[in-house]
Design a protein around this ligand. Structure first.
Ligand code: AHM
Ligand code: MG
Length: 334
């Protein structure tokens, strides 16, 4: 019976990625091993986030009584760094929590570079609103000593990108360059199960997502676009505004329901707020893989070449047609 098959033939993330990788005869399973270490980090963070409200009473994992509680973002970073180094598959790690990149010692070195924000949306931790982990993966040319240039690469060079959202359920969204696939953690199994195969973003959406408190300092294309969302001149209905202030949650909703997420540059912060390597690139990669677009106000986001690991960029991403409208407004300014 089909219904039985549904319940007994579980497509776990490991199984899914092994299937995908088997298309490449040269694949040695390294990517699957790397991913399983990222997943371990996410499961740890998920469990810690679920206990966050109780942290002062029961303590978080890894803490002994009496020791001062580590902040959840610091703790998450340590878990990811240790898991990634011990995977034996990484060589350079860039985390939003660390000023400097981590170069993995030669004996544990592998061919992947991982750029990540271990716990994004930190202003939402203490009130129990969804937060997430974002990551992107590059591969180095293993013929020489690794340098920072290996990660100062345009986003289109990423091999894979994804995020894990710690929300009403724990959701892992991944692309290895052939579509976008969503997995949900089954807490009773401790496994991520494929629940959202081949996610495609609606071609046009009814939602815009932006911190409108910055409107005073916006540039004119951003101002014009948001005005059009509220007072459309073509007879269509106004768009709805949704803004959580957690990039993972705002982008996840955008991916599933359509619309746009924007964090523009403004007079005070010409490059906006979001970081190129581990926020803008992974989300732009996923958007394009899902049929949407990602634009910086000047160019396709994935074409940007970062000069510094913590560089920021304005970003407009989401449904194809909606981003097209924003691009037209920028083009009209020139
Ligand atoms: P963080 O790294 O300090 O958590 O900041 C990143 C977050 C994103 O998740 C979110 O999209 C953005 O900051 C919201 O910023 P703002 O509060 O300025 O609207
Ligand atoms: Mg962040």
């Amino acid at each position: 019976h089909a219904a039985d098959a549904h319940r007994t033939d579980l497509m776990t993330m490991t199984r899914f990625v092994l299937n995908e990788q088997s298309k490449y005869p040269e694949s040695r399973g390294d990517f699957t091993i790397l991913l399983s270490h990222i997943v371990l980090g996410c499961k740890f963070v998920c469990s810690a986030v679920n206990k966050a409200g109780l942290a002062n009473i029961i303590g978080l994992a890894g803490e002994t009584n009496g020791e001062e509680q580590k902040k959840l973002d610091v703790l998450s970073n340590e878990v990811f760094i240790k898991a990634l180094v011990s995977s034996g598959r990484t060589c350079i790690l860039v985390s939003e929590e660390d000023e400097e990149a981590t170069f993995v010692e030669a004996s544990k070195r592998g061919r992947y570079c991982v750029v990540f924000d271990p716990l994004d949306g930190s202003s939402n931790i203490d009130c129990g609103v969804s937060i997430g982990t974002i990551f992107g993966i590059y591969m180095v040319n293993d013929s020489h000593e690794p340098t920072l240039d290996e990660v100062l690469q345009p986003g289109k060079k990423m091999l894979a990108a994804g995020y894990c959202m710690y929300g009403s359920s724990c959701t892992f969204v991944l692309s290895t360059g052939s579509g976008v696939h969503g997995f949900t953690l089954d807490p009773s199994l401790g496994e991520f199960i494929l629940t959202h195969p081949d996610i495609k973003i609606p071609k046009k959406g009814k939602i815009y997502s932006v911190n409108e408190g910055n409107a005073k300092n916006w540039d004119s294309p951003t101002t014009k676009y948001v005005e059009k969302c509220k007072f459309p001149e073509d007879g269509s209905s106004p768009k709805s505004l949704r803004y959580i202030g957690s990039m993972v949650a705002d982008v996840h909703r955008t991916l599933l329901y359509g619309g746009v997420f924007l964090y523009p540059g403004d007079k005070k912060s010409p490059n906006g707020k979001l970081r190129v390597l581990y926020e803008v690139f992974p989300m732009s990669f996923l958007m394009e893989q899902a049929g949407g677009q990602a634009f910086t106000g000047k160019q396709r986001a994935l074409d940007l070449v970062p000069k510094k690991i913590h560089e920021r960029s304005p970003i407009f991403l989401g449904s194809y047609d909606d981003v097209e409208e924003i691009k037209a407004l920028y083009a009209a300014e020139e």
